[in-house]
Ligand binder design. Structure first.
Ligand code: ADP
Ligand code: MG
Length: 608
């Protein structure tokens, strides 16, 4: 190995210099003081944040309840390119009403919000977003897409790659919100199932038959209700989703299974309900905090069309009856649950059984009714709109006088102002908290480094160059070649051997690596001619990947595609970076590294 030029002709060594290894005692004391005061500050900020978050939660809940914990939106599908636009369109809209004209009869329907044909997926999501926050706050939430086949239910819920729908957006938002929650540890699991003719089908199950048939419908899924009224589906696959990418992967898998399981896509798939459940686990970071569990259901319901019109016969008619029964019962079930009356009609509908704990008083329901703009569909449009009129009538605050309505709107505006204030204050505290935590970790690191330098200083005084040579045997595998080359030359200049501190860091990091399995393997994959200066951001990136991937791989042991429990820690990425061993092991082959060798000048001087 050639010795770099800069080392062959070292620059003059200053005669007087400050020895960095001597750490003044008072500096360490100062650091310790600062650390304990910062720790106190962090605790105080966290408790402030917690009480502010409680306030925000309360205000948001009031707003949602004032607006109606069952909200009904209407979305009108635009004309498709293949459709002829009629001269007189049968459906016209305001911001919160829909008017249908048919055979000289005019019918008007009110909604909480109407999305016109030009409304984008973002527009729809914008109105759904607050309810997601509510799910994270511990409420069960149900978002249902209702309507005739071909009106855009799947487009709204699922969307396309270019225009993602509510479900992928909602999942992403949950991860976003969770990463900003500094007082709780939030984790998610996901399940997907399909209901067809009263049968449940697990869409995320590892064993999927390629086609929908008898065997696959007879899944061993049982709906259970515990003593607290919480519904669980025994036997349903529940996968842990540590991040959005994994969640999206599972979601796409479920959608694929749904779409490929039908022999006749138009007929059967339009008659089945597709349910996606995200279960949210939220635990406070204090000792002994309880875990709150809530569910977010996103449901693409089967087509609501009446079957007589399509002239369906035989089995299809039965299927249709099953679907219509569960749909028509939905409104009644919500009403019964809200009125807290014991009797729930159509108890045997699988859909309403599953959703029983997510439609009651503490839960938030959002129904998105989809209608067609076409003349031919007017009959179905009126049916869909009438159904939701019933769902809306459930809320006691419907039919208020104009005066009361205005008062309510004013109250909502005030509450929204309070919510903004609370959110703003939370944000400020979070920034403050992040700064304090950052400073705290920096100070802790500095204290650690000064301590290591102190130890190093003592050890360097007792070690001879030969000791260093012996010690290099213990350097990590990643630098094996480097060590071998050094040995063959019979002499290792001091500047090329690892310092005690860096060896210590490397050994420690290697222990971590071994524990996390196989990072050393990844490291050996580096070409030995490549520089392995870990202060280089490129190498750090590689290392970071090599740290995280085996972790995920290890988590996946078992079913190859099933991610196992991996508790989400938003700070883990940060922690991995700061854990990266800051080895000073260098080779001279990389010119970028040469400059760093000047740091070793002082040690070189001790060799000459
Ligand atoms: P459904 O699930 O109710 O049967 P789909 O979501 O499959 O209906 O929609 C039927 C067709 O209409 C699809 O081709 C879809 O892309 C299109 N479509 C529905 N809603 C919209 C919309 N808002 N904007 C653009 N295209 C839409
Ligand atoms: Mg559909």
């Amino acid at each position: 190995m050639s010795v770099p030029e800069s080392v062959e002709s070292p620059q003059p060594v200053p005669l007087v210099y400050t020895d960095v290894t001597v750490v003044p005692e008072h500096e360490r004391n100062e650091l310790q003081k600062s650390i304990s005061s910062l720790e106190g500050e962090v605790l105080e900020l966290k408790s402030k944040l917690k009480s502010l978050d409680e306030k925000r939660k309360e205000v948001l809940n009031k707003i949602i309840d004032a607006k109606g914990s069952i909200r009904v939106f209407c979305r009108v599908r635009p004309f498709l390119l293949t459709e002829r636009r009629p001269i007189r369109e049968p459906v016209s809209f305001g911001s919160d009403n829909v008017v249908v004209r048919s055979a000289g009869v005019r019918k008007e329907f009110e909604f909480d919000k109407v999305f016109h044909q030009s409304a984008t997926q973002e527009d729809v999501f914008g109105e759904v977003k607050p309810i997601l926050r509510s799910a994270l706050d511990g409420h069960n939430v149900c978002v249902l897409a209702y309507g005739q086949t071909g009106t855009g239910k799947t487009f709204t819920m699922d969307g396309t790659n270019e225009q993602p729908g509510l479900a992928p957006r909602a999942i992403k938002e949950l991860f976003n919100e969770a990463s900003m929650d500094h007082t709780h540890l939030v984790t998610f699991t996901m399940s997907m199932l399909e209901i067809y003719m009263g049968n449940l089908k697990d869409l995320l199950s590892a064993r999927q038959s390629p086609r929908f048939n008898e065997a696959s419908t007879k899944c061993n899924l049982n709906i259970q209700v515990d003593s607290k009224g919480s519904v669980e589906i025994e036997g349903l696959t529940e996968v842990e989703v540590p991040d959005f990418t994994k969640a999206r992967w599972w979601y796409n898998k479920g959608r694929r299974v749904r779409s490929t399981s039908w022999t006749n896509v138009n007929e059967a798939s339009s008659r089945s309900h597709c349910l996606t459940r995200i279960t949210i686990f939220r635990r406070g970071d204090g000792v002994g905090s309880k875990t709150e569990v809530s569910k977010l259901w996103m449901i693409d319901l089967g087509g609501s069309e009446r079957l007589l019109k399509t002239g369906a016969i035989g089995q299809t008619l039965d299927e249709g009856r099953a679907i219509n029964l569960s749909l028509s019962s939905l409104g009644d079930v919500i009403a019964a649950l809200r009125r807290k009356k014991g009797h729930v009609p159509y108890r045997n509908s699988k859909l309403t059984q599953i959703l029983k704990d997510s439609l009651g008083t503490r839960s938030k329901v959002l129904m998105l009714v989809h209608i067609s703009p076409r003349d031919e569909d007017v009959g179905e449009t009126i049916c869909s709109l009438s159904f939701t009129k019933r769902a809306r009538a459930i809320e006691s605050n419907r039919g208020l006088t104009e005066e009361l309505r205005k008062l309510k709107e004013k109250k909502i505006l005030e509450l929204e102002e309070d919510l903004r204030d609370a959110q703003e204050s939370c944000k400020k505290i979070i920034t403050h908290l992040q700064e304090a935590e950052c400073l705290l970790s920096e100070n802790k690191k500095r204290l650690q480094t000064t301590h290591e330098k102190y130890e190093e200083n003592i050890e360097e005084k007792v070690l001879s160059p030969l000791d260093h040579l012996n010690e290099t045997d213990a350097t990590p595998k990643s630098s094996d070649k480097l060590v071998k080359i050094s040995k063959s030359s019979g002499y290792v200049p001091r500047f090329m051997t690892a310092t005690v501190a860096s060896r210590l860091r490397q050994t420690m990091s290697e222990k971590k690596i071994n524990a996390k399995r196989s990072v050393a393997k990844t490291l050996t994959q580096f070409s030995t001619s490549q520089s392995l200066s870990l202060s280089d951001s490129r190498s750090r990136g590689l290392l970071r990947r090599s740290y995280t991937k085996p972790l995920q791989a290890a988590a996946n042991i078992g079913t190859p595609e099933t991610p196992k429990r991996d508790i989400k820690d938003p700070s883990s990425e940060k922690r991995v970076i700061s854990d990266t061993p800051k080895s000073k092991m260098v080779t001279s082959s990389d010119p970028n590294v040469r400059a760093k060798l000047c740091y070793h000048r002082r040690r070189m001087s001790s060799l000459t």
